[in-house]
Design a protein around this ligand. Sequence first.
Ligand code: HEC
Length: 109
Amino acid sequence: MGFQSCYYDIEEELYPYQFCDTTSLASYNQKVLPILTQHCFGCHSGASPSGSVSLDSYEAVKQHVDDGKLSCSINHASGCSPMPNNAPKLISCDIQEIEKWIQSGAQND
Ligand code: HEC
């Protein structure tokens, strides 16, 4: 029985409510939009968005997918400003979901 009591330090088991589904396709409306709404809309929506970067419509988000800034900023890569601004990086599951969505063509699905 001893070996069954192994302690698994796995994020999904510690935080089941944040379970990261890496198998199904990431949908814009079901996965990406809620992340942006929660973490980005505070500054990037409305009439005068921060940095003139609007993220409150699919078309606006797609523009920053195409110029590479969305992926660059959430990954805190060099060549762009790290986002969310003055806050910790998104959890890795959120970043993976957005990356998966971008890689599968960034559809408005
Ligand atoms: C607290 C306010 C705030 C939040 C929250 C925030 N941003 Fe920003 N963002 C800014 C400001 C201010 C700028 C413009 C100044 C700059 O580039 O540093 C900016 C710039 C950007 C840019 C352009 C970067 C560049 O180098 O051209 C992108 C893309 C961006 N944000 C995406 C996001 C995303 C995606 C999120 C959510 C994960 C997010 N932001 C959350 C304030 C914010």
